[in-house]
Write a protein that binds this ligand. Structure first.
Ligand code: SF4
Length: 67
């Protein structure tokens, strides 16, 4: 069980909302697209990651459930 994060880099425009929502998981350089610091974060990060997915203005992020 657990989850991982999928990023569509063609959609990411570097807004940084994801970093604001989940700073332990996402890092967005001043110029560039998101870097995922932890592609399979612990369960404790789920709520923050879900907020990042929800509020990303370009819908570049998704949470993928793992068996
Ligand atoms: S919020 Fe979305 S568009 Fe902005 S940096 Fe994060 S993934 Fe990219």
């Amino acid at each position: 069980m657990g989850f991982r994060i999928a990023v569509d880099r063609d959609l990411c425009q570097g807004h940084g909302v994801c970093e604001s929502e989940a700073p332990d998981v996402f890092e967005v350089p001043k110029h560039g697209t998101v870097e995922v610091l932890d592609e399979a974060p612990p369960e404790a990060q789920r709520a923050a990651v879900l907020n990042a997915v929800k509020y990303c203005p370009t819908h570049a992020l998704s949470l993928v459930e793992e068996d």
